[in-house]
Design a binder for this molecule. Structure first.
Ligand code: RTP
Ligand code: MG
Length: 141
């Protein structure tokens, strides 16, 4: 497996629940290093730009409104197979279908308020990391 970087977002529901630390612990225990991080209250245009691939989907407006409902915690995770590893830790999009012990099974309330985002491919990870972090703000470790 190759050393990869992926973009993770702790969504407004999980920030409001005060579980940033618990989620970070799961990343660390799985061997993922946090190599960039910032808290941010996204503007509507930032959220729309980030989720542009979903623009035509019926849930787009609800998704954007949810993502701007409070601050989020945005981080770059680095590790062996980081993209898939993070998706595994997150669990299925719908928390009702998420495997026990995953972040979404433990902290998400609904398919909309589902605690975390993670890049779904190495290619999208590079695009999403660049969307939020200049290269000088990502620290090789
Ligand atoms: P994410 O991008 O947030 O990591 O989630 P994901 O890959 O598991 O799911 P994706 O298909 O990319 O959808 C992005 C977010 O849109 C909301 N969604 N709602 N009501 C629905 O059918 C529906 N489908 C997706 C979810 O909040 C999902 O995380
Ligand atoms: Mg996605």
């Amino acid at each position: 497996m190759a050393l990869e970087r992926t973009l993770s977002i702790i969504k407004p529901d999980a920030v409001a629940k005060n579980v940033i630390g618990e989620i970070y612990t799961r990343f660390e225990k799985a061997g993922l290093k946090i190599v960039a991080a910032k808290m941010k209250h996204l503007s509507k245009s930032e959220a729309e730009g980030f989720y542009a691939v979903h623009r035509e989907r019926p849930f787009f407006n609800a998704l954007v409104e949810f993502m701007i409902s409070g601050p989020v915690m945005i981080q770059v995770l680095e590790g062996e197979g980081a993209v898939a590893k993070n998706r595994e830790l997150m669990g299925a999009t719908n928390p009702k279908e998420a495997a026990p012990g995953t972040i979404r099974a433990d902290f998400a309330d609904s398919i909309d308020a589902n605690a975390v985002h993670g890049s779904d491919s190495l290619e999208n990870a590079a695009i999403e990391i660049a969307y939020f972090f200049p290269t000088t703000d990502v620290y090789a470790r």
